[in-house]
Design a protein around this ligand. Structure first.
Ligand code: PBG
Length: 325
């Protein structure tokens, strides 16, 4: 036989030599939940192994991450109070602002990214301010920009808007530039679907909408060309990195976005993906370690260069051990 594909599969050395997808720990971002209060380290029931930390306890996890080489973290805040206008999101002494200041002081080597959204801070749980039953897009833009600015002033190295309002990247870029933060990059959750895979996150952050759903701003999962439209728009508005979210059920979009825009592409393996792997492993239905490796590799194979995952520490360790990478 002249062409024999199996020839390149004999032995680990050769298999690694011809490997098409190579991953590196520097591509990983860990999402962390920081909650108002002290001495808190609460396990999230729907995300076993993941915790809500207070500012004084989060260092434990940050140190573990840094030890295995994960140096980028995405901060999510769980505030002490919520109101109609999500004022905790842009408060000078808000939870994220305090976490950033502390992280910058204690772990200057850590790269600090923040999720910019209102849903954890609004009493109604929507990703912006309301006008009747609808999120008021253009009013929300002002608050998102204000939130992003306050994150940067508190020590964020990068901001990541996840709200899906139209024009938010331009609004954030405009205000950051005006205030002298022209070099702070924006990673836009541009291709973000209305997904049931966010369920455990909403439990973790207490951010489920009090009425209705997010379909008026997040994308319909039947659509693909619309995702390309969102990505192109955000690049035109000044996004430096484009994210696809969720990851696992949307790898076609990762591949398409990679071919469409010429900025780095990130994929976010969300809470529901984490929860499914944990649950399946607990029941003994799947091998947790192998599934984590395969899932991570599939996102990179699809074309992302940046991978956000609650398994960041595990993936880093598996890379060190030569199980993937
Ligand atoms: C905020 C936000 C959400 C997630 C990231 N940022 C929830 C949502 O849109 O409802 C989900 C992350 C996850 O599920 O891991 N808007």
């Amino acid at each position: 036989m002249r062409i024999r594909p199996r020839r390149l599969r004999y032995g680990e050395t050769l298999r690694k030599m011809v490997r098409e997808t190579r991953m590196d720990v520097s591509s990983l971002i860990y999402p962390i939940f920081v909650k108002e209060g002290t001495g808190i380290m609460e396990e999230i029931p729907t995300m076993p192994g993941q915790y809500r930390y207070s500012v004084d306890t989060m260092g434990k996890k940050l140190e573990e991450l840094l030890r295995v080489g994960v140096s980028a973290v995405m901060f999510f805040g769980i505030p002490g109070y919520k109101d109609e206008i999500g004022s905790g999101a842009y408060a000078e002494d808000g939870i994220i602002q305090k976490a950033l200041a502390q992280a910058k002081k204690e772990y200057p080597e850590l790269y600090r990214i923040t999720d910019v959204c209102m849903c954890e801070y609004t009493s109604h749980g929507h990703c912006g301010v309301l006008c009747g039953q609808d999120v008021d897009n253009d009013e929300t833009l002002k608050l998102l920009a204000k939130t992003a600015l306050s994150h940067v002033q508190a020590g964020a190295d990068m901001v990541a808007p996840s709200d899906m309002m139209d024009g938010r990247v331009a609004a954030i870029r405009g205000l950051l530039d005006e205030k002298g933060y022209g070099t702070i990059p924006i990673m836009s959750y541009a291709v973000k679907y209305a997904s049931a895979f966010y369920g455990p996150f909403r439990d973790a952050a207490g951010s489920a909408p009090a009425f209705g759903d997010r379909k008026g701003y997040q994308m319909d999962y039947h659509n693909s060309r619309e995702g390309i439209k969102e990505a192109i728009l955000d690049v035109q508005e000044g996004a430096d990195i484009i994210m696809v979210k969720p990851a696992m059920a949307y790898l076609d979009m990762v591949a398409k976005i990679k071919d469409t825009v010429n900025v780095p592409v990130a994929a976010y393996s969300v809470s529901g993906e984490y929860a499914m792997i944990k649950a399946g492993a607990k029941l003994g239905y799947i091998d947790e370690e192998k599934v984590i490796c395969e899932t991570a590799a599939s996102a990179f194979r699809a074309g992302c260069g940046i991978y956000l995952t609650y398994f960041a520490e595990e993936v880093a360790r598996f890379m060190q051990e030569g199980k993937i990478g």
